[in-house]
Ligand binder design. Structure first.
Ligand code: FES
Length: 571
């Protein structure tokens, strides 16, 4: 066996070895420093990240597994992000969380790491960090909450908030009844129970091979999660012995499988930026067009909100991710490995569907083509995406006149104005919401519909934005337009009344304005005045260095890997 990384700290009888051991002893036996792997438990638990609070208990089971396998478990609290709590948007901090975790994994004496995440940005940030350090790493997804009910009806966490609030705006639900549903929305520990970003990224972490197959999607309160955590703790010790690192597990084939899984589960559009960012840390040249191509024609089989009816507890009961993947096995790359050292496809033979309404058969999918569609055209030269599974079929080919909003504040101020020149065929455009412009690329693209149109029964319109959409949201929403308006993208030049043409089957997004007229336009002054100007701190660094959505919105200097080596120390 090769020498442990921690031997650089604990090996030798000189003063440095003495200091490293002495400060860590505190009850540990001497053999803790002579060949036993030290495993960090990178834990995103926080009371301000309510979806992850239970990860302290999960960490306890991981710890037991590490000890059983002969390792030394070490708590490593890492930056956490509560999606519903942090302002202005959790995405502003994903790269900071990834950078901080990366640096702490590298700086500390550890041989491997178990990554505990759940709420939306936490698993992506952990995987980005682990990829850049390239120490043996394995994920335990925190799991979804159980299904809450309100007046006899299941509540989809997130999705039903949008639905109920739209009902209030449409006058079909009272404000009092809306508020009564509040305490029913979150039934238990765990993350959102729809196929939102947290559910998606937990499942995709497994599809990528970074989770022991069969674990992702276990509900957070289910005791099988603790059993899985214990098994993961044991595996982490083996990972160190085998020196099985993220760069060995994660290949282009892994991303093929993740993209196929994304389509088959009808996953969140946010997964696109996260997969691109993780791939960017590994030097895998994954592109938006790859994502379109890899997922094209893969049926969405999972009937979960927001695209369908059921919730994550149902998916687990119905057979989970492996049962879904078995149904699309022909689209998977059989060479992709998992943290266990075995290919992902090895785990599919025993997977079964126990409820064919939740995981539909291939011949009766929820959506025939569940892939993300990548659009290009003079309105999105570097690409934009739309999730057809969450869109209205009759709007997938549409031509309408633009109604433009220069910021989310502008939208809120005018969207319900009875005098707003808008009809059901209009295309709502929201700009200034990209990575630089907001900053942080918030989930605002699923703009509320004008109240006067809701009153007429309109429930979906084509919307175009350089921001993101919550994974729990739905609608015909063109997202991640790149370049964003604040980075000089043509979205900044759209004017009220311009014709916009959306052609999802043809993968086109076109602003019907002659090139010479467009070239003569200048960006809206209203938009320029609302674009973020940060003088200092993380926001300054972020705005100066963030890349566009089409490459994952990572910081330019965080692409790639620095490895785990630290060459200097000072005492
Ligand atoms: Fe944490 Fe939805 S708010 S997963």
């Amino acid at each position: 066996m090769t020498e442990l990384r921690t031997a650089q700290w604990y090996g030798g009888d000189d003063r440095n070895g003495y200091i490293h051991r002495a400060w860590m002893r505190r009850g540990l036996p001497a053999d803790a420093f002579t060949g036993r792997p030290h495993i960090a438990i990178a834990n995103t638990a926080s009371e301000l990240t309510p979806c992850n609070t239970h990860l302290h208990e999960v960490a306890g089971s991981v710890r037991e597994g590490i000890l059983e396998a002969g390792g030394i478990p070490l708590d490593l609290p890492v930056m956490s992000l509560g999606e519903t709590q942090v302002r202005p948007t959790a995405m502003l901090w994903r790269n900071l969380a990834a950078m901080a975790t990366e640096e702490m994994l590298r700086a500390n004496p550890i041989d491997g790491v178990v990554l505990l995440g759940g709420c939306d940005k936490t698993i992506p940030a952990l995987l980005m960090a682990a990829a850049s350090v390239d120490l043996p790493a394995v994920v335990v997804p925190g799991g979804p909450m159980l299904t809450g009910t309100f007046r006899g009806t299941a509540l989809g966490c997130g999705t039903d908030v949008w639905r109920l609030s739209e009902e209030v705006r449409a006058g079909t639900l009272s404000q009092d009844d809306f508020l009564r549903s509040e305490s029913a929305m979150i039934r238990s520990r765990g993350h959102c129970n729809t196929m939102g970003t947290a559910s998606t990224m937990g499942l995709l972490a497994e599809a990528l091979g970074t989770v022991i197959p069969g674990i992702a999607g276990i509900p957070a309160p289910d005791s099988r999660l603790l059993e899985a955590a214990r098994g993961t703790g044991r595996l982490s010790v083996e990972l160190v012995a085998q020196q099985r690192t993220p760069s060995q597990v994660l290949s282009r084939a892994s991303f093929q499988n993740a993209v196929v899984a994304l389509a088959a589960i009808g996953g969140s559009s946010n997964a696109v930026v996260h997969l691109l960012a993780i791939a960017g840390r590994l030097g895998i040249g994954l592109t938006l067009d790859d994502i379109d191509r890899m997922g094209a024609g893969v049926p969405c089989l999972v009937d979960l909100q927001p695209a369908g009816r059921f919730l994550m507890e149902d998916l687990h009961r119905a057979g989970g991710l492996l049962a879904v993947l078995r149904a699309v096995r022909d689209r998977l790359d059989p060479t992709a490995l998992t943290v266990t050292g075995r290919p992902l496809v090895d785990y599919l033979d025993e997977a079964q569907v126990w409820d064919a309404e939740v995981i539909r058969p291939r011949e009766a999918p929820l959506v025939a083509d569940g892939g993300m569609a990548v659009l290009r055209g003079n309105l999105a030269p570097d690409g934009a995406i739309v999730k057809p599974a969450a869109a209205s079929p009759h709007l997938l080919r549409h031509r309408g006149r633009a109604v433009v909003f220069d910021s989310i504040e502008d939208l809120h101020a005018r969207i319900d104005d009875p005098g707003l020149d808008v009809d059901a065929d209009s295309v709502l455009v929201l700009r200034g919401c990209g990575p630089k412009g907001y900053p942080g690329m918030p989930e605002v693209a699923n703009m509320p519909l004008p109240r006067k149109l809701l009153g007429q029964g309109v429930r979906d319109m084509v919307r175009v934005c350089d921001g993101r959409m919550s994974g729990t949201a739905y609608g015909t929403v063109v997202l991640h337009v790149a370049p964003e308006a604040a980075a000089g993208g043509p979205l900044a030049l759209v004017q009220d009344g311009d014709w916009i043409e959306l052609d999802v089957p043809g993968r086109r997004l076109t602003l019907d304005v002659p090139d010479d007229e467009l070239a003569a336009r200048t960006p809206s002054e209203r938009m320029a005045s609302t674009v973020a100007r940060a003088a200092r701190g993380w926001e300054r660094l972020y705005i100066d260095h963030v890349l566009q959505a089409d490459t994952g919105a990572d910081l330019d200097f965080l692409l790639g890997s620095s490895g785990s080596r630290v060459s200097r120390e000072s005492h």
